[in-house]
Design a protein around this ligand. Structure first.
Ligand code: ATP
Ligand code: MG
Length: 409
């Protein structure tokens, strides 16, 4: 595309690198022909949802798997196909996609589902943003579901972040308890914690019958294929031949993570563009890998308190200065005391440090394992950093209170 003469020369209208960058955005839902290596999983999701196309109650389904294995993608993709298939027989299927990381209270989840399925003209109810108690939101949800849909599919992504699983019980029992009579609800719960069902309350565990499905990581060849099917995000000839294989190999290093592969490829394009390069090369990919990991890590810890960052920094120092990777709480604590002193922080108790390490474990920033059959919760745990220490350090030093550590090195 060439710029028009009457365009404001202050802006650029042609992108020398990307033809359509949106294809690489996380919110983009690729069509079925761009989805690689998930036929079996798609079939299992379709089997669970199949009754919905006749207006009957689907089976509930839990999906597990590590990050970037296509759980959200496959759930959304199959659900959309169910909706259009049902439409052909005048069956109204609607869906609500809830990210429980952003919305984790019962009231906000119920309100969001209600707002997504409701059509005030048909239901005669409105779903205000605020002002109703949880019970009233439920009442309106049942009305909206009953009057505006034949089947509602509720996708609860990152379901392990739910504050209280009561919402699962109410949704799964709505028909049985005659909250709704003309309609039904199917739940898809998604988590990257494989032991998630163990954490459900007994009430929910026993009342929620469901199918379960595990997504395994991709291998490097599958990642290559996934990337090849998105390469029209770039103009012809922009990608050097080694870019896709290298990106796939880097993204397969820990576990075959398609999210990481796509993020690296997009960042490589952005870095090339910033440098006014017309080709994306292996060097752009390597820089992009570092940027992608730093961004991801930043996302995980940016909300953490400064004390937690100081503790992580201590673990990073230990990791850098040793051939070992795993360190007992006690050793981390000794290093932390030193760091806290340098930072002029109050020195927390060892017990508190242990608790914070456990929280970080939950955030997938570090991995903690109990040594042997240690007594006392976690007192004998060992901790290891899950990211490259140089990246962790860089991100931690972005915090202005920690930045002083850089000078003392
Ligand atoms: N089989 C696939 N074919 C094509 N693209 C894929 C495939 N699997 C994943 N992707 C792409 O990789 C990215 C990550 O996928 P998705 O968000 O579904 O992962 P996830 O398993 O939900 O990860 P997380 O646990 O981190 O939420 C998305 O951009 C998605 O489009
Ligand atoms: Mg997901």
């Amino acid at each position: 595309m060439s710029a028009n003469d009457d365009r404001d020369p202050l802006f650029r209208y042609d992108d020398p690198v990307f033809a359509d960058e949106r294809l690489l955005e996380i919110t983009h839902l690729p069509g079925p022909d761009r989805i690689v290596g998930r036929d079996e999983q798609m079939q299992r999701v379709a089997d669970a949802l199949n009754p919905a196309i006749f207006g009957s109650e689907p089976n509930h389904l839990f999906i597990f798997g590590k990050t970037g294995t296509g759980k959200s993608l496959i759930s959304r993709s199959v659900t959309k196909r169910v909706i259009s298939e049902a439409e052909r027989d005048n069956v109204t299927v609607k869906y609500a996609f809830i990210d429980c990381g952003e919305q984790n209270t019962e009231a906000s989840i119920i309100k969001t589902i209600a707002q997504l399925v409701n059509e005030p003209g048909d239901s005669g109810v409105s779903i205000p943003d605020r002002g109703l108690g949880t019970g009233d939101y439920y009442k309106r949800l049942w009305q909206a579901v009953d009057r505006c849909t034949d089947v509602t599919i509720v996708i609860l992504d990152e379901i392990d972040m739910l504050e209280d699983d009561e919402v699962l019980r109410k949704l799964s029992r709505a028909g049985e308890n005659r909250r709704i009579s003309n309609s039904s609800i199917g739940i898809i719960g998604i988590s990257n914690k494989i032991d998630f069902p163990d954490h459900l309350s007994e009430r929910v565990k026993s009342s929620l019958s469901r199918d379960e499905l595990v997504f395994s990581p991709y291998d490097a060849n599958q990642l290559v294929e996934i990337l090849e099917k998105r390469q029209d995000a770039f103009h012809d000839g922009v990608l050097s031949d080694d870019v896709i294989p290298l990106t796939a190999a880097l993204a397969a290093q820990e576990h075959g993570d398609a999210r990481k592969a796509i993020d690296i490829l997009r960042n490589a394009g952005r870095i090339a563009k910033k440098q006014n390069a017309t080709r994306v090369t292996a060097n752009h990919v390597r820089d992009a890998k570092e940027k992608t990991e730093a961004d991801r890590f930043n996302e995980l810890i940016e909300g953490s308190p400064q004390q937690a960052k100081a503790i992580l920094y201590s673990l990073t120092l230990l990791t850098e200065n040793s051939t070992q990777k795993e360190f007992p709480t006690k050793i981390i604590y000794n290093q932390y005391k030193e760091v806290a002193r340098q930072l002029d922080f109050d020195v927390l108790s060892e017990r508190r440090v242990q608790e914070i390490l456990q929280e970080q474990n939950f955030l997938n920033v570090i991995q903690s394992e109990r040594e042997g059959r240690g007594r006392g919760r976690g007192a004998h745990a060992k901790h290891r950093l899950l990211e490259n220490p140089s990246i962790v350090k860089k991100v931690l030093l972005r915090d202005s209170r920690l930045a002083v550590l850089e000078e003392t090195e």
